[in-house]
Design a protein around this ligand. Structure first.
Ligand code: HEM
Length: 282
């Protein structure tokens, strides 16, 4: 009995030392915060809009471009080599395909990213040069996330945006991974095989929390960008109102807006115009 308890404790100790377990534990709280950002809640409620998704894709493009370039540059580094799976995981090409689908041929000129995305990329560049072992934390945060909740989000996105096929959703599909669960097991095993000093291990764990934080900031910034655009459009439409609020002037005519029916029709017109201009602007 005592031996059994000892064995169990020893087994638990081994598990507790696993980087994959430690990283999951330290990022648990940040994961909940990421799930509860306005953008991720829109996904979960099945309410993600085309402008939201297109803006997110632009940021994902910059993030994966930088992450994958840094992973490629450091593919021989002893901490990076075991978790380097470009054939199975690389996202850049699939994001480019999706951007082309949504923005058309000239998509490269249309990519807009908020300041938070630039900060995220700056950090990736910095650790690529100074602490390549921290790339483990960033690769874990993005790729294992994409292979986990990301799979559900893909199906939701398709429904929410009324897309008939999976066109525009290559980002969510991993043709080189036949079983995400088995692949995650393999990936965790590889993470656990990375040899790190105590100091490096602590650094990787801290970096994982930071990686989640950087993602949260990107989501918040994207949402702010969308809100500002919507408010600006609302403002410009409001300022189109004539001095006499009850009178709307259309060239050649003056319409009295005090009629409730007319006000309702005008309200609908303004709402439709807002949505159309918003979609066009993206
Ligand atoms: C709507 C938002 C999200 C939902 C519903 C969601 C859901 C999930 C689920 C169900 C899992 C599997 C948990 C398990 O196997 O124990 C998971 C794992 C994971 N998620 Fe998320 N997630 C979301 C957002 C995010 C974001 C924004 C990130 C990072 C940027 C992220 C990173 C991860 C990671 C790294 C894992 C792997 C955990 C591990 O096994 O160590 N998730 N997520």
């Amino acid at each position: 009995m005592e031996t059994e308890t000892k064995t169990q404790t020893a087994a638990k100790e081994v598990t507790d030392r696993d980087l994959s377990e430690q990283i999951k534990k330290v990022t648990k709280e940040a994961h909940v915060r990421a799930e509860n950002t306005e953008l991720m809640l829109s996904f979960q409620r099945g309410q993600v809009t085309l402008p939201q998704y297109k803006l997110l894709l632009c940021s994902l493009y910059e993030i994966y471009k930088t992450l994958e370039e840094e992973m490629d540059n450091n593919s021989d580094h002893p901490s990076v080599a075991p978790i380097y799976f470009p054939a199975e995981l690389a996202r850049l090409e699939s994001i480019e395909k999706d951007l082309q689908y949504f923005f058309g041929q000239g998509w490269r000129e249309k990519v807009v990213v908020p300041a938070a995305t630039k900060r995220y990329c700056h950090r990736l560049r910095q650790i690529g040069k100074e602490n390549p072992e921290y790339l483990v934390a960033h690769a874990y945060t993005r790729y294992l996330g994409d292979l986990s909740g990301g799979q559900i989000l893909g199906r939701i996105a398709q429904k929410s945006m009324g897309l008939k096929s999976s066109e525009g959703l290559s980002f969510f599909s991993f043709p080189g991974v036949s079983s995400p669960n088995l692949f995650k097991q393999l990936y965790r095993g590889r993470m656990n095989s990375v040899e790190l000093t105590e100091e490096e291990r602590n650094g990787v764990l801290e970096e994982a929390v930071r990686a989640f934080e950087l993602n949260i900031q990107v989501f918040d910034d994207l949402q702010k960008m969308l809100t500002i655009t919507e408010n600006k459009l609302q403002d410009s439409l409001t300022h189109l109102k004539p001095v006499n609020a009850k009178m709307l002037q259309i060239p050649g005519t003056i319409i009295n807006t005090s009629s409730p029916l007319l006000r309702m029709v005008l309200g609908l017109f303004v709402a439709l115009a807002t949505v159309s201009v918003g979609i066009y602007a993206l």
